[in-house]
Design a protein around this ligand. Sequence first.
Ligand code: ADP
Ligand code: MG
Length: 319
Amino acid sequence: MPRPSEFDLIRDYFTRGFPQADDVLLGIGDDCSLVNPPLDMELAQSIDTQVAGVHFPANAPAHLIAARALRCAVSDLAAIGAVPQGFHLALTLPESDPSFLAEFARGLRQTAHELEMPLLGGDTTRGSVLTVTVAVQGWLPQGLGLRRTGAVAGQDIWLSGKIGAAALILDEVLKTPDRDDAATAPYYHPQVHVSFGHVLLSLATSAIDISDGLLQDARHIARASGVNLEFDANAIPTSVPREHPQWTQCLTGGDDYQLLFTAPKDAEDRILACAQTINLDHCTRVGKVIAATESDSGNITVIANGTPLNFDREGYEHF
Ligand code: ADP
Ligand code: MG
């Protein structure tokens, strides 16, 4: 099959079959996309880059690379409580291989439909390493976004879902990157808690999605809010039990995309009711927010039966 040119490639793979939306005034094909903003809404925007060999195995199937890239990016919208509106895609390819592109576009279309997000535009370039950048945007009722700064001493810490499954399957994904089943789903198709994030707008005081490990991401909330966070080791739902040698990895491994949030004590019943309404498998109180002095805030402790645990590392860092 001949290699498509940049413009043929965009037309053939990225203009058709994506979800449509009434607020898109102008999509792919012009210098900018144009979107009609709803009255009284703030625009939430986030961008995420995934590099072959760093964020996914370089030999992973194209459709799974696309699915994962979009889901990981949309997770940031969930974490701030925004309703997804659409996304842009910047793709850097070593070559314009039609079979790769067809598969990539198929995975992207399917995930875009699952998340009901139109592809608004993008950029396509040649480069030595396959790089997928997804910019997502969504709407937030004015002033209600779930920032990292809102945790207050005395509040509870909550976690959606279970953590660890993606980190624990990573070795298997690296060995057999084309394995696409229930076991690898947490890695390639992470659950994105968009609806739950949105209902949390009226319940939570701060939130973050766990991309780099529970402990490391918790620290972001603690620092931003000027508090300390104390977790109960026995309360955290993990994919292996506490006694398991890989339990620590569940807390530090990353790639979970669960929501970690804080809320006042009296929100408990409403949080559990909301979690039930949207059929969340788990939503668990995992700790409490502790008062801190300005010079000694941002600490994370995990307590097991009264004793603080030590961790060699807290999560994933690029540098
Ligand atoms: P410009 O030169 O004005 O930046 P391009 O020639 O790069 O525009 O792109 C032409 C159109 O195709 C634009 O509307 C752009 O948003 C869209 N586009 C380019 N690459 C992609 C892609 N990978 N996915 C979706 N849309 C794309
Ligand atoms: Mg232009």
